[in-house]
Design a protein around this ligand. Sequence first.
Ligand SMILES: NC(=O)c1ccc[n+]([C@@H]2O[C@H](COP(=O)([O-])OP(=O)(O)OC[C@H]3O[C@@H](n4cnc5c(N)ncnc54)[C@H](OP(=O)(O)O)[C@@H]3O)[C@@H](O)[C@H]2O)c1
Length: 323
Amino acid sequence: MVSLSEIYTSNALITSSLPPRLVAVFVGGTSGIGESTLKAFVSYAVQPKIYILGRNNASAERIIGECKFLGPEGHVGEAEVVFLQADLSSMKTVEVTPEGLHAFLASAYYDRMLIIHLLAPLLLSATDSHPGLARVVSVACGCDEGIIEPSDFSALRIPSSALRGHIGTLTTLTLEALATNTGPDNSITFIHANPGLVRTPYQDRMTGAFGVFARGLMWVKKITGEAIGIEESGERHLYLLTSARYPPGGVPITGGALSAIGTNGLRANEGSKAGAVYSLDKNGEPAGEHVVSLLTKYREEGMVDRLWLWLKGEYYRAGVVLS
Ligand SMILES: NC(=O)c1ccc[n+]([C@@H]2O[C@H](COP(=O)([O-])OP(=O)(O)OC[C@H]3O[C@@H](n4cnc5c(N)ncnc54)[C@H](OP(=O)(O)O)[C@@H]3O)[C@@H](O)[C@H]2O)c1
């Protein structure tokens, strides 16, 4: 398990180990995990440039104001933070929801995979100026991959009990497809992260019986000490974005720790130039043997290509044509 002290030590080294003027995009950075990760990033990085995507202008203004008081010693208030107001649910992928896309998958899967696909070339070119550190962290349900239903990728008929496992595998295998699509020189690290239970406005947004259940569960987990505090969550996600534990690039790991194992079951070298895909639990630990074998089986069955073809078809149906 990656200890919390290791995480804080590594993050504190961002100031001296990583180059200045790193660029980061926080999709959903106006609240919760995105906001806390953004603030942690501003606290350690020298003169970073940050783009926040979200709907809530007031929250963005508040965060931009707070960032003026954050930064490493000698660099407080030097972050450039830009808010790009965007309602991602108005993207074409979601607009077709009435035509048959699963409403939850629309925001949790279709939109974010499209954004990652569109940003990948920019990330790759960014490594020209900051060699070796180009990362995508998608916060969802890493390590919870389960049985996928190939005749129902869009999860319209899947019982809710099987949805998490299905979405988990859909997400991880799609990140693998995106990693492959990035080409032979891919140096992007793709991470499917599981944040654990973090008390954020996310639970307040949930309506009906599920919302009551989620808030009740959070209350219990807070009492048992299993809930993760918002600042800690920000530090943990910043670690995923910057530690050499998930190569290539990043803050060198200390204390003899090894780099993480990718979804292909292999461990990349710290000096590796090739990107990798990681599915990580709330402690930043990679998926175990059970998940790795499941993913291997699907990969051998050609599921990565099949999934990508299907997804391209869904985007096309929604009017988004991908090369
Ligand atoms: N918290 C947990 O325990 C937990 C557990 C597992 C997975 N997750 C996942 O982690 C991610 C972040 O969760 P969180 O707890 O940090 O939630 P949160 O506090 O509700 O933050 C969600 C962020 O997404 C943005 N957003 C939501 N809908 C949007 C839309 N249509 N267009 C543009 N931006 C939109 C929100 O910004 P605006 O309001 O400004 O639009 C906000 O910045 C979610 O995907 C969630 O499924 C969270």
